[in-house]
Ligand binder design. Sequence first.
Ligand code: ADP
Ligand code: MG
Length: 704
Amino acid sequence: MSDYVNVAEIFGEDVFNDSVMQQRLPKKTYKELKKTIEEGKELSLEVADVIAHEMKEWAIEKGATHYTHWFQPLTGVTAEKHDSFITAPMPNGKVLMSFSGKELIKGEPDASSFPSGGLRATFEARGYTAWDCTSPAFVRHDAAGAILCIPTAFCSYKGEALDQKTPLLRSMEAINQQALRLLRLFGNTTSKKVTPSVGPEQEYFLVDAEKFLQRKDLIYTGRTLFGAMPPKGQELDDHYFGTIRQRIAGFMKDVNEQLWKLGVSAKTQHNEVAPAQHELAPIYAEANIAVDHNQLIMQTLKRVACQHGMKCLLHEKPFAGVNGSGKHNNWSLTSDDGINLLEPGKTPHENMQFLLVLSCILKAVDEHADLLRESAADPGNDHRLGANEAPPAIISIFLGEQLEDVVEQLISTGTATTSKKGGKLETGVKTLPDLAKDATDRNRTSPFAFTGNKFEFRMVGSRDSIAGPNVVLNTIVAEAFKEACDKLEAAEDFDLALHDIIKTNCAEHQRIIFNGNGYSDEWVAEAERRGLPNIKSMVEAIPALVTDKAVNMFEEFGVFTRAELESRVEVKYEAYAKAINIEAKAMIDIARKQIIPAVIKYATSLAASITAIKAAGLDEVEVQTELLKETNALLKETKDALAALEKVEDEAVSMEEGEAQARFYHFSVTPAMEALRAPVDKLEMIVDKEMWPMPSYGDLLFEV
Ligand code: ADP
Ligand code: MG
């Protein structure tokens, strides 16, 4: 097989995309479908039948034997149930391959085991999946063969959202309506639709599969629960560096090819922050597709890593003390005719539409900082946000020098008359939005940064779905747009009202702007003075979902009902408790069965050597004796910490599921886990490496 890859040729070859549909569907059917995709018109069953038939024929040509409604329940990952195209055998003993419109647009997975947070009692366990025709179907090839995957939403019998996609689509509709109103106010009569554009940058670690398999903590929890830091300053020699790069490069080549076939516009890049850590960013797409593609990216990274004898770690903090992984959610608003509402132009101070959009975003983010923070909360991210690593748990906005100056002019005089020149705004090349910015983006510590023509929300966890953060972003900005549009549409003097809104938004929400070092302690104190929330953990973030402020907004824009929000709260507490429960149990297991026995073996060998030295008539055993004492003391500490962890873990398990249990896991169980880890990590630095029961951080990070 030649190594040559024609990207243009393979790009999207496994996707039932627009050009395939145009080619294969009867003209009339194609038009109907386009209407549904573009205008949200309902699809008739006859049309669906025709599409289903063509989709099936196309998929069979690609080798597909099964189809699946591919959906995103509240577990953060995707789910699917495979059905084959085969229908009942015919009299001649052959089978027919069929796929109806009904099967395409609606499915009913036996879904009682997916989290629903009380929305669906098991006796009424019906859950429906409904085709989201705005995200194209695709054929996925893996060990199970080829499967036609149909992106779907997942709802209860009563239509309540049980997934990530349904609220996302609703929020996209909300921002579309309000953004169009805003554009019309500025004289735009041509744009028909405004969609959030999203480009998520995915960080991940790669480790050797054999070493991974020797670490039960990685297997069970995706992160290391024990592990001493590798010696500082460990340098890789050139030769070694070369081998690593070859292996990773081969992996990335395969990842790219597989993603390109699925229509995901991956562009990979190395990330130097931590050893063995890398990053993959696709070119931005409509929010809904970006969310689906990000799931495909995560799955592909995992699958391809296995094919290359490696494991891909998507956990936010696989290694304590080493930089963790996140997902930068780049977000902007684009109209169907190519207008980016976040494009300031060369002279932002004169761009009133942009200033209105910007001031609305300041307001939205300030008023709903707690919701944004919640949207980035997952058990893994607790180790980053507000804990051992940046970005901090405090939401603030970085605007850059030029825009901050414009905002200050607006606040002090009511109008902005100049825009500072230079800097990154002038480097923006529309068709190459990603090239020039890094060099001038001087603030890497802000959780919410303006980067030329988009905002970059940097808090999101690497393993989490990006649906949640985008639901929040779309809805809070829709709300701010709506308030502005309500006033502007009713205003007698448009210009006056416009200036007033921009100035008020900026003045009232200036506290959210922070251009300094977000990682510093001074900022924590300063943010507190400004009254900005600093929500340190997932369990403390969750209540933001059901404040009156949040419920009113989500209900007003038809994104979530109160019941849906309450169910999500329940699901999240449970998910958190489950995650920590597994970690605690894994720790107990590893400490009991692997670590303590290894330490005892080492201590025994030390004692034996002391005896042997003495028997040889020598008295110089101070070093050995000291080591033995130290080992024994740490062993005792380990044993006590283990007992303490077992005690709180038992207590946690006995509690009823819900907020109190989740909080107990956070405030009582995780500290007990830390207390057990501390002596074990010290022991790792003492005990003979040959005897230590698992590969070290150094082995994992530097020997990929
Ligand atoms: P960084 O400065 O963080 O390195 P990159 O230039 O690598 O950012 O781009 C990060 C992501 O932002 C990419 O997925 C890119 O496609 C996306 N992106 C670029 N422009 C926009 C935009 N207008 N809206 C949304 N995402 C965008
Ligand atoms: Mg980035």
